[in-house]
Design a protein around this ligand. Structure first.
Ligand code: PRT
Ligand code: MG
Length: 214
């Protein structure tokens, strides 16, 4: 088996918040990943590489063993439930919450207890379906890839399911939170076979990252 350990993570929020954590765990990229266009980065450890991919692709790389470890948002992991990864450590970074939101006018008179059927736009199709199915609420879900906040403004859907951090994006678009689905943070995940075959080396890195996450 390949002697190199690959850690997959995504550009943007996850990378920005992972770098200080990696540093505390003794891992430093050979060049600045925020600036580099390389997709595979060397680190100060000769047998550890960073693989830079889209956030939603991290579980795929780890599931197939193309990366041994990955850092992925719980939102992405929930949407890929059943992928057979180990969710090892809550890194407590890139925190936010997955919420149902709707126009403020609707929110003023809406009662989630009266919901029986909802028309929702989201990129979290499976998570949304699962959340409402468990409560006996039917859903018509419109799959989007981003800018969910636009959907209720132009009549594509009545409500959205999206991540909220400060709440500024919702507010700027006349939307309000109506129901909490999950608290989200980024997790360290691992390929199951790699955890057996490369156990000693992975364990020491996992332990250092867990300690760095506090
Ligand atoms: O950008 P790309 O299409 O490549 O992928 P991505 O959008 O999935 O990546 P990125 O970097 O935007 O997000 C990666 C991960 O960061 C997500 O999977 C989450 O786990 C985590 N995260 C934490 C967030 C947020 N906070 C967040 N606030 N991801 C997105 N947002 C967005 C949200 O969708 C909304 O549009 O920020 C907006 C809300 O922010 P506030 O502060 O205005 O409430
Ligand atoms: Mg984004």
């Amino acid at each position: 088996m390949d002697a190199t350990i690959r850690l997959a993570l995504s550009k943007g929020r996850i990378l920005e918040e992972s770098l200080p954590l990696l540093k505390r765990a003794g891992v430093e990229p050979a060049e600045d990943p925020l600036k580099s266009r390389k997709l595979i980065l060397d680190t100060n450890s000769p047998d550890l590489k960073l693989v830079i991919i889209r956030a939603a692709d991290v579980p795929t790389y780890v599931r197939f063993g193309a990366a041994d470890l990955g850092i992925a948002g719980k939102d992405v992991l929930m949407e890929n439930e059943g992928d057979g990864l180990y969710e090892l450590v809550d890194l407590k970074i890139a925190r936010c919450r997955l919420m149902v939101a709707e126009p403020v006018g609707l929110a003023a008179r809406d009662d989630p207890k009266s919901w029986t059927r909802l028309r929702i736009a989201s990129k979290y199709v499976k998570t949304t379906q699962r959340h409402f199915a468990a409560k006996g609420i039917q859903t018509d879900i419109i799959k989007l890839y981003g800018s969910m906040e636009l959907a209720p403004l132009v009549g594509l859907s009545d409500r959205i399911v999206d991540l909220v951090d400060t709440g500024k994006t919702l507010k700027a678009n006349g939307l309000a939170e109506v129901e909490h689905i999950a608290d989200i943070s980024a997790w360290l995940v691992a390929n199951k076979a790699a955890m057996k075959m490369k156990h000693a080396r992975l364990k020491s890195l996992v332990d250092r990252l867990a300690q760095a996450a506090g």
